[in-house]
Design a protein around this ligand. Structure first.
Ligand SMILES: Cc1cc2nc3c(=O)[nH]c(=O)nc-3n(C[C@H](O)[C@H](O)[C@H](O)COP(=O)(O)O)c2cc1C
Length: 315
């Protein structure tokens, strides 16, 4: 089994929606938990890593989206982070920092060329992301069109498949295509331990599976497509001809507040978390293309056991 995990099931880093509680729960249950630490201060990132290390002795990953400077990278490696993943950029400048620690590193790729580059850099594993993914989407082709080529280009380096996988059938298909594991984001956003706002979780459960890949939402991360649930903000924007930032209907309007009282503006790319107030439905509700099969709100451990049971009955 990849990295001696009990199950080849990886939680995807889903920004601040996945805190130490969810990450620890996934790792404790035999998968690999994840946190997105791109935007966390070094103090917060180290506290998050320590919280997971205190809760579990298993492997977990922290992700840095390299569209931004990975400011807390050295601090979290010093704090004993066991696995780091890089997405959205060239990890070359950071490899020596990682190799000074005992951490393994993974690189998100979207085609065979990216896979070969990551292997040449010495990556311990690759994450193959398809366009079905929820959140910010680096890929532009279906997971199922690129996975076999990425596995081939990766040679002996294990590949973990991500994007639109939300049930055991998807995991079995990824393994049958040569992946060593599957990475699920939206499925774990809809669990008891995730920090997603209850209304966001409810909307994932109610969804008929319709998502949009759009540039509607932004903030600090410009011109990067996101896959989201269709909501009132997106539909109003589309009905006005999808105008560019600066001319969007209701732009700059406060639609709610974070738990610490910061205003959330319409079109902000912040997913609503526990403690947010206001018009939650109008906020950025990230979701992968597999959302239609998510119908309940299990604990992370229940989700993993069921996913693996389902995957085995498909093989
Ligand atoms: C709420 C949410 C936030 C995400 N934030 C990030 C992020 O900060 N960095 C990143 O590389 N990917 C991010 N992603 C993408 C995931 O890492 C992963 O590729 C995706 O969730 C897989 O697709 P799925 O959601 O259909 O399982 C996010 C996804 C979601 C749903």
């Amino acid at each position: 089994m990849i990295f001696d995990l009990r199950y080849p099931i990886f939680q995807a880093p889903t920004g601040s929606v996945a805190g130490p509680e969810l990450c620890s729960a996934v790792t404790q249950a035999g998968g690999m938990g994840a946190m997105g630490l791109t935007w966390a201060s070094s103090d917060d990132a180290v506290a998050a890593v320590r919280a997971v290390r205190d809760a579990t002795s298993g492997l977990f990953q922290a992700n840095f989206a390299l569209a931004f400077e990975p400011e807390s990278l050295s601090a979290v490696l010093d704090a004993g982070l066991p696995v780091v993943t890089f997405s959205w950029g060239d990890p070359t400048p950071y490899v020596s920092t990682v190799r000074r620690s005992a951490a393994k590193f993974g690189v998100q790729v979207t085609n065979g060329l990216g896979a070969r580059r990551a292997v040449d850099l010495g990556a311990d594993f690759l994450v193959c992301q398809g366009v079905e993914a929820g959140g910010h989407v680096q890929a532009n082709r279906s997971l199922w069109d690129i996975l076999a080529g990425v596995v081939d280009a990766a040679g002996n380096v294990p590949v973990v498949a991500a994007g639109g996988i939300a049930d055991g059938g998807g995991i079995a298909r990824a393994l049958a295509t040569g992946a060593s594991g599957a990475m699920l984001g939206t499925r774990f956003v809809a669990t008891v331990e995730s920090r997603a706002h209850p209304e966001y979780k409810a909307r994932l459960l109610e969804s008929e599976g319709q998502t949009a890949l759009t540039l509607c939402f932004d903030g600090g991360w410009k011109q990067s497509a996101q896959r989201v649930l269709r909501n009132s903000t997106l539909e109003t924007w589309e009905s006005c001809g999808s105008p560019a930032a600066g001319s969007r209907p209701g732009e700059g309007e406060t639609i709610g507040f974070s738990a610490s009282g910061e205003a959330i503006l319409r079109y902000e790319e912040v997913a609503p978390r526990i403690g947010f107030s206001g018009d939650i439905e109008a906020m950025c509700l990230y979701a992968g293309a597999g959302v239609g099969v998510i119908r309940d709100l299990p604990t992370a451990a229940e989700a993993i056991e069921r996913l693996w049971r389902e995957a085995q009955t498909q093989e």
